[in-house]
Structure formats: structure tokens, C-alpha cells
Ligand binder design. Structure first.
Ligand SMILES: Cc1ncc(COP(=O)(O)O)c(C=O)c1O
Length: 333
């Protein structure tokens, strides 16, 4: 607990189709299908509940001096939700703790986060009240993206941290499945594997935003970065696997890559190895795929100007099949 009155802050609105948001002990349900945008095109949910009462969604906001907002002093998790059930939640909570420790934040209370997740997902599954509904809430089989954000909380306007205690935000949004294959683009910026935040899932993702925009401007859905040593590192929100001489390889975490939950499962479930690779491997690899919580295993059909043929190749097909089977058999592996 933060010692702050609850609710200390109201919900966050993003313009995304947010289904429900929980901040602290408070759940703010928002009917899916609204796109988080009202009939006049303004960003924000249609309705927001605070401790059981309907409130104006436009009052929903985190505190203006939240260190997560002012300097990106926070960590987060994104998990896939299938039919209302989050996938690999325990691994995501463990990584949230690892990232928080990396920033010197107090350990997040997993039970509190789980309760917020359960409340948000239960609410997202509820049909909206007809009077308020713009569209029905997400059907039970909907694919959703769960977002857990944990910041340093209110603080000074500089890099010093405040003493108010952390802010916890849990949100869920209806997700669109990724296309069967994708193009990626390399970018002219590097991951700094020696950075204080290397390998931490922090809310300081502006460099990913810039890299992803660069890739999207080139018709790709993901940017792939090398590190300062010219080695393959990762995408802005994905890990990268390549097939070389029939062997499935991914860069080690010493490359500066995030310890992806999906990456770890692929390493556990398949015959794959971690090895340093030059970024140039993307020009030669027989097969390439991305892994992430929302993409699972996604084959790559193009890297910059290079078109790969017969995508997905045999190793990628096997990885997709094994991942689909194992993840369906155990939702919290
Ligand atoms: C930088 C980065 N690398 C890799 C990943 C993939 O990790 P996961 O499989 O846990 O989603 C993410 C996830 O969003 C990420 O932000």
C-alpha cells in the first residue's frame, strides 16, 4: 500500500479500445468495442466505475507528477488473454518483480496484482448496460491484451524519486490477432547492452516508439535492433530467432535483449540454442521468426529488401505447432 487515499488517481485513457482499468484497489470497467473513443472522436472510455459508482471517464488520469509519466520511471508487463484467461501470468509477475528490482522499486505485491487482473478481466467479460453500451463487451473467446504498469508513483519533476509509493495500473484491451507472417526492418539505432536498464521492461520505451515508427514507415510491423557490438539483439516488442544450417538460434540475454516469456518457452520446449549472432545474419538465415506474448511465434517473410521464400519454413512450422500445443495444454507454464 502507498499510504495514499484510495482512489488516489483515476483511470488512464489512451484512445485504445481499453476494456477495463484498475488503479490501486479501484476497477474502472469500460465496454469493449468503443475503441476508447467517444462519438465525437475524443479519446477515452465511455464509462468508468470508481468503487462501484459510475464516473465521468474524462476525469480518469494518473497524477501529473507520477514518475512513470514524468521520467518513465516504471516497469510493465503485457500478457495475452485468451477466453478471459491470462497466459503465463506467473512468469509475467516474476518478470515484473525482476524489472522493479532492476529499477530499485519495491517488489510489487503479486496477490494485489492478481486481484486487480481478475477484477479487470471479470469486468471486461460483462456485457455493458444497454443504456450506456456503444457495443457489447468482449465475447468470452475474445483475444485480449493485458497490461500491468507499475511506476515509482508521485515524485519530483526531475530524476530524484519521491516517497509516495508506487502506482499500480491494470488495463485490458481487445486485441486483433497478428497476420500469419510479417516483414521486419532493421533500424539505424542500437540497443545498449551495457545500459543501466538493459533487459528490464521499463516504461521508458520512447526509443522503441521511434524505431517502430521507422519500421512501419517502411512497411514492416516490427523494427529489429542490433546492439553496440553489431550483434543481433531484439525487436521493439519481440525476440528474434533465426535458423542457420538447420539450427534454431536466438541471441543470449547478454546481447541486451529482454528475457521474453515466449522466448524462454521456445527455448524450453524446442531444440533451440542461445548464441551471439551478427546483425547481418538477418541477410542469410534460412528462416526467421519473432516471439512475443501477443504474436506467439510469428514467421518473418521479409527483412528490409530481402524476401524470404517458402515462409514458414519447416523449423518455424514446428515451433508454431509445439508452441500452440504446449500453451493450450498449460495456461501458466
Ligand atoms: C523489448 C522487448 N523484447 C521482447 C519482448 C517479448 O517478450 P514476451 O515474449 O515476454 O512478450 C518484449 C515484449 O513486449 C519487449 O518489450
Amino acid at each position: 500500500m502507498t499510504g495514499r487515499p484510495e482512489p488516489y488517481c483515476d483511470a488512464v485513457t489512451t484512445g485504445q479500445p481499453v476494456a477495463a482499468v484498475s488503479i490501486g484497489a479501484t476497477v474502472y470497467p469500460m465496454p469493449a468495442g468503443t475503441g476508447g473513443v467517444d462519438e465525437r472522436g475524443r479519446g477515452g472510455p465511455v464509462r468508468t466505475w470508481v468503487d462501484g459508482a459510475l464516473v465521468d471517464a474524462r476525469t480518469a488520469a494518473v497524477c501529473a507528477d507520477d514518475h512513470g509519466l514524468t521520467v518513465g520511471d516504471g516497469v510493465f508487463e503485457t500478457a495475452k488473454v485468451v477466453r478471459g484467461v491470462p497466459f503465463a501470468l506467473t512468469r509475467h509477475l516474476d518478470r515484473l518483480t525482476a524489472s522493479a528490482r532492476g529499477l530499485g522499486l519495491p517488489d510489487p505485491d503479486h496477490e494485489r496484482v492478481r486481484a486487480a487482473v481478475a477484477a479487470v478481466l471479470a469486468d471486461a467479460a460483462e456485457p455493458a448496460e444497454p443504456a450506456e453500451a456503444v457495443a457489447d463487451a468482449a465475447p468470452a473467446d475474445e483475444l485480449m491484451r493485458l497490461r500491468i504498469t507499475y511506476t515509482a508513483g508521485p515524485g519530483p519533476l526531475g530524476s530524484d524519486r519521491g516517497t509516495g509509493g508506487p502506482t499500480l495500473i491494470v488495463a485490458a484491451a481487445v486485441a486483433t490477432p497478428w497476420p500469419a507472417t510479417t516483414a521486419v526492418a532493421t533500424v539505424p539505432w542500437t540497443r545498449n547492452e551495457g545500459s543501466a536498464t538493459a533487459g528490464l521492461k521499463t516504461t521508458s520505451y520512447a526509443e522503441n516508439v521511434v524505431a517502430l515508427a521507422y519500421a512501419k514507415a517502411r512497411g514492416a510491423s516490427e523494427a529489429v535492433l542490433g546492439n553496440t557490438r553489431g550483434e543481433l539483439c531484439e525487436g521493439t516488442g519481440t525476440n528474434v530467432f533465426v535458423v542457420r544450417d538447420g539450427e534454431l538460434v536466438t541471441p543470449p540475454l547478454s546481447s541486451g535483449a529482454l528475457a521474453g516469456v515466449t522466448r524462454a518457452l521456445v527455448l524450453e520446449w524446442l531444440d533451440a540454442v542461445e548464441r551471439e549472432l551478427p546483425l547481418a545474419v538477418l541477410g542469410q538465415a534460412e528462416e526467421i521468426f519473432l516471439t512475443s506474448s501477443t504474436r506467439d511465434v510469428q514467421p518473418v517473410h521479409a527483412v528490409d529488401d530481402r524476401q524470404l521464400v517458402d515462409v514458414p519454413g519447416p523449423v518455424t512450422r514446428r515451433a508454431m505447432a509445439v508452441f500452440a500445443e504446449r500453451s493450450a495444454a498449460d495456461v501458466d507454464p
